[in-house]
Ligand binder design. Structure first.
Ligand SMILES: Nc1ncnc2c1ncn2[C@@H]1O[C@H](COP(=O)(O)OP(=O)(O)OP(=O)(O)O)[C@@H](O)[C@H]1O
Length: 259
């Protein structure tokens, strides 16, 4: 791709201190993500993926190392995050949830309305806009989170297993919706997943992490041209080989972490 670097991560390490011991969640993570690139991070449970994302979201301080997110305007927020669950505010309607970040920035009402309606439509929630989250399915709630994240128009998007709690069918639909919005906006995305299929479908590049302490052990460029569908990912021989290589890596790391 050879786009300018958007996210620059330099030697990040995070150690959590508990009473009598400490856990090194991530160790010496160095990674550059290009403008408009979609990077998936895959690694065994507990290898520090969420910790890395929380540091990039400024929700956690690193023990050492630095990172930077390129921005040439003060207008946009640096990052928006989409979580696996509980990303919606229960006492706000669907449209108020989507507009939340924009309203927090006191943007003009007409702009907020247009931006909110645009992304509600993109995720198919227009006719549910006046409902409250408790009236919606899990897939619809994740659509709200995705619409809100894109409506915020941040410099980068950080997504922590946003589809992990969904059934297969909903997952496929939301993955394709996400790809469609992303290809329009060309946001820089870091996306955590346990699903190899999902990583192969979504990513320009897959970053594989080791078992704890999480280090980057390999980076895989996904060669399948876009637009992609899950059918293409499943039918492509090269993708099948990549799947097995990543699967083997994960198996080895899980074994290591159990020793
Ligand atoms: N606030 C915290 N205090 C203490 N330890 C923590 C804290 N947050 C994370 N850890 C520890 O850091 C390690 C990495 O956790 P993290 O949630 O980042 O991993 P993960 O790769 O996202 O896991 P999973 O794939 O299971 O979601 C774990 O051992 C976890 O117990």
């Amino acid at each position: 791709m050879d786009q300018p670097v958007k996210i620059s991560i330099d030697n990040l390490t995070k150690v959590f201190y508990k009473k009598n011991n400490s856990v090194t969640a991530i160790q010496n993570i160095t990674l550059n993500v290009e403008e408009g690139e979609f990077v998936c991070i895959v690694g065994p449970s507990g290898c520090g993926k969420t910790t890395l994302l929380r540091i990039l979201a400024d929700l956690e301080q690193p023990s050492s190392g630095t990172f930077s997110i390129e921005s040439d305007t003060d207008f946009r927020p640096l990052q928006s995050m989409v979580f696996q669950e509980k990303g919606v505010i229960p006492w706000l309607t669907v449209e108020e949830n989507v507009a939340f970040g924009l309203n927090m920035r006191h943007l003009p009402k007409e702009f907020v309305r247009k931006q909110t309606n645009y992304y509600l439509k993109k995720v198919g929630l227009t006719k549910f806009s006046k409902l409250y989250p408790k009236e919606l399915s899990g897939g619809m709630k994740q659509r709200i989170s995705i619409a809100r994240a894109f409506a915020n128009d941040p410099e980068i998007l950080l997504m922590d297993e946003p589809f992990a709690a969904l059934d297969e069918q909903n997952k496929f639909i939301l993955q394709e919706e996400l790809l469609s919005i992303w290809s329009e906006t060309k946001k820089t995305v870091i996306f955590i997943t346990h699903s190899i299929d999902e990583a192969l479908l979504l990513s320009d590049r897959i970053v594989l992490m080791s078992a704890q302490p999480g280090e980057i052990v390999e980076e895989i460029k996904v060669p399948l041209p876009r637009p992609r569908t899950m059918e293409q990912v499943r039918a492509n021989l090269e993708m099948a080989e990549q799947f097995i290589a990543i699967w083997n890596h994960l198996q080895q790391e899980v074994q290591k972490s159990r020793k």
